[in-house]
Design a protein around this ligand. Structure first.
Ligand code: ADP
Ligand code: MG
Length: 245
């Protein structure tokens, strides 16, 4: 014999609703009318559904790790101010599909700041995604033959904000540069991009291999864009930790 709770949870499962801890939900609520009980239950289901969607959205973002503006040392990295980052963390620029480019040498905190804005976006309910350029290229090149790549690209299309990390680390072939152009073009005006690059814009032609395609990409990217040039020493090198201390 199933208990009433077990029977109800089976029904919830058939209805693709989440199991509810009824004992906890109705504790101290013995004066509720039947309709008020139904309302309390439905509100609980709604809350559980939103929580589940939020967890899923966070997982689907595929951030390599979560960083915050609070744990960034703006005394060490002086080419960007905390005020500037806090202003950007209201994320209103995503509504206008503005882009942000963090440019600078390795270790200055480009990925850290990009991730901290991605986290803010997730907290505010936006669909966010993270890819290195290398991985984005793999997705674009395998979309014809891989269902997983197609699904990921479909998710990127839905996103309000995509972080493209490590642009410029590797030279692109002409075919890859074209794919990157098509991607940036497709995103422009509707999806915000955060780009991190260890190369200044004047050096982009070197890894993109072609001046025309470089101009075309930068033209789309920079049209509505906050450009943050970061200088200074690598935080990693200055704060390196050895095993023996
Ligand atoms: P980049 O992407 O510019 O190469 P990262 O953002 O990956 O650099 O930074 C390298 C490491 O140093 C990360 O663990 C990051 O959290 C940390 N880091 C970099 N700059 C700072 C900073 N100013 N304050 C605190 N941590 C920093
Ligand atoms: Mg980085």
């Amino acid at each position: 014999m199933l208990t009433p709770t077990e029977r109800i949870n089976n029904l919830l499962s058939d209805l693709r609703l989440q199991p509810v801890n009824f004992e906890e939900l109705f504790r101290g609520q013995n004066k509720l009318t039947p309709l008020e009980s139904v309302e309390l239950f439905l509100n609980e289901e709604l809350k559980l559904r939103i929580e589940k969607q939020n967890r899923l959205r966070r997982r689907n973002a595929r951030l390599p790790y979560e960083k915050t503006i609070e744990d960034f040392d703006f005394g060490f990295q002086r080419s960007v101010s905390k005020e500037q980052m806090l202003r950007l963390s209201d994320m209103t620029w995503v509504e206008q599909a503005y882009n942000i480019c963090f440019l600078g040498p390795p270790g200055v905190g480009k990925t850290h700041l990009a991730l901290s804005l991605a986290v803010k976006g997730l907290d505010l309910g936006y669909i966010v995604a993270f890819e290195t350029l290398d991985n984005l290229m793999k997705l674009l090149k395998t979309s014809e033959i891989s269902g997983a790549s197609r699904r990921r690209l479909k998710y990127l299309k839905k996103a309000a904000l995509i972080v493209v990390d490590e642009v410029g680390f590797m030279p692109l072939t002409p075919a890859e540069a074209n794919l990157f152009f098509t991607f940036v073009s497709a995103m422009s005006e509707k999806t915000s991009l955060i780009i991190t690059s260890n190369k200044g814009f004047d050096e982009w032609a070197d890894f993109l291999g072609d001046a025309t395609i470089t101009t075309a990409i930068l033209d789309r990217l920079i049209h509505h864009c906050e450009i943050i040039n970061m200088t200074g020493n690598s935080y990693r090198l200055e704060h390196h930790q050895s095993i023996t201390g």
